[in-house]
Design a protein around this ligand. Structure first.
Ligand code: BG6
Length: 466
């Protein structure tokens, strides 16, 4: 007999997904940057699969919601696509067909007893707003986003209790403006990235403000908190780690929960002449509109060391303070190239408890993408993904430890329910509890899906001893 790993009453068991990765583009009046990227540079996407059909949730949402319920989910998150809901991006006028679609999704969740969490932005800026205004670097885009949010709250705010403003906002400047792996694929544009960080924080706070004026529910933000660990306790490594944490985690976490940016961060940016443009009124909005709850996406830690060589870059970039550190002996998911380190979930739980007012929070994404899962199919076509079950057990074990020590966590959502499309990896790495045959769109529950049902029903599981 092993150890019983249990969770608080009414714990959310479920999964996250997003509109752009699940729905397909049919009936959309606008393209988001991911649609545009995959349409114009399809060679960037694994096996040339773009966003046109993806997992066809637009047509199959009923079957999908029922299937997710059948494997024990009591809650799911998806996103409303700005490019689907809104007909006129300048006024925020909605499109009828989109309203019908999202209303139906909401109804189907209700019918199945599923708590639906609606997110407003999952990397899916309308490409027109990038081309016309320069995207998130422009504060007019912030105002247009708030118009979209108001429309969504007006239409669905009385039917959906839990909302989130952004999914992993840091990925927008990091992947799109510093590292160049998401559209618009810019590199080392430090100043623009910094303004985007600020503008998105402002957009999120403005949405929180209008939400509380219009609705009775709760609103949060989903952050990819990537705990940062230094190579050693030498002062240079500690400094590298501190700056990395300030920039990649705390630049969103502190304003979202505390209502202000860390002083050390603004000092650093200011010293380097890249501090964002701001006004006292905007800072006041940020300070008065902190989130009701926090969603934390956790996949891997960030290990860093002091730079060994000076980085030659034309512009300021956070990378000039650190280098990635490959810790000897680290465990890797070779398909995604991410380290597997479940203990970080415990560290996140303690950080939220000790430094962020023990705000109520949930794991909003955690998962393991694996390539070539067909090789694990049994004779009946079921994928025996024991590696995924082990991955989840280890992470849940660490989470339960944090909860026992008082961290205020109310749920666990995996990434993801049904295999879905990804930003340039397309369908290479599969994450779902439910497998997808891309040719036929047939869905088949994996072994991990059956396992998840038992975890949800028992509100826990037994962790066998090694
Ligand atoms: C998160 C995102 O970063 O990780 C998802 O919110 C994404 O949209 C998931 O799909 C897994 O990452 P990837 O790049 O392997 O799809």
């Amino acid at each position: 007999m092993g150890e019983i790993v249990s969770f608080p009453n009414k714990f959310w068991w479920g999964a996250a997904m997003s509109g752009p990765q699940m729905e397909g583009t049919e009936d959309k009046l606008h393209e988001n940057i991911m649609d545009y990227w995959s349409k114009t540079q399809i060679e960037d996407f694994f096996h040339g699969v773009g966003s046109k059909i993806t997992t066809d949730f637009y047509h199959r949402y009923k079957e999908d919601i029922q299937m997710m319920r059948s494997i024990g989910m009591n809650s799911i998150r998806t996103s409303i696509q700005w490019t689907r809901l809104i007909k006129d991006l300048e006024t925020g006028e909605p499109d009828k067909k989109a309203v019908e679609f999202y209303s139906n999704v909401i109804k189907e969740c209700k019918k199945n007893g599923i708590e639906l969490i609606l997110n407003l932005h999952h990397f899916d800026l309308p490409v027109e707003l990038l081309q016309k205004y320069g995207g998130w670097a422009n504060k007019h885009v912030v105002d247009l986003f708030v118009k979209f949010a108001k429309t969504a709250f007006r239409l669905f705010g009385d039917q959906v209790k839990y909302w989130t403003t952004f999914n992993e906002p840091m990925v927008i400047p990091e992947a799109g403006y510093l590292c160049g792996f998401h559209y618009p694929k810019k590199k080392n544009e430090g100043k623009e990235a910094v303004q985007i960080i600020y503008n998105i924080n402002l957009a999120s706070a403005k949405c929180v403000e209008v939400f509380h004026d219009m609705c009775d529910g709760e609103i949060g933000i989903i952050l990819n908190l990537t705990p940062t660990y230094p190579r050693s306790n030498e002062p240079e490594d500690l400094k590298a780690s501190k700056i990395t944490d300030l920039f990649y985690n705390r630049s969103f976490l502190d304003p979202a929960v505390h209502g202000y940016f860390p002083e050390e961060l603004t000092e650093l940016l200011s010293k380097n002449h890249v501090l964002w443009e701001t006004t006292p009124a905007e800072l006041d909005t940020i300070s008065k509109n902190t989130v009701d709850f926090l969603g934390v996406n956790y996949y891997h830690p960030k290990r860093v060391k002091a730079r060994e060589q000076v980085l030659e870059a034309e512009q300021w970039t956070p990378e000039q303070y650190y280098e990635e550190y490959e810790m000897p002996g680290r465990r890797m998911n070779p398909y995604r190239g991410w380290e597997i380190y479940p203990e970080a979930i415990y560290d996140i739980a303690m950080n939220v408890k000790e430094n962020y007012n023990n705000i109520s929070w949930f794991i909003s994404e955690n998962g393991m993408g694996v390539e070539g899962e067909e090789q694990y199919k049994d004779s009946e076509g079921k994928i025996k993904d024991d590696y995924r079950i082990d991955f989840y057990k280890e992470h849940l074990f660490q989470l339960s430890k944090g909860i026992k020590e008082g961290s205020n966590c109310f749920g666990y959502h995996a990434w993801t329910g049904i295999d879905c499309w990804s930003w340039n990896n397309a369908y290479k790495n599969r994450y779902g509890f439910i497998g997808l045959d891309l040719k036929t769109q047939k869905r088949t529950i994996k072994k991990s899906g059956n396992w998840f049902k038992t975890v949800s029903e028992n509100n826990g599981f037994v962790m066998e001893e090694e």
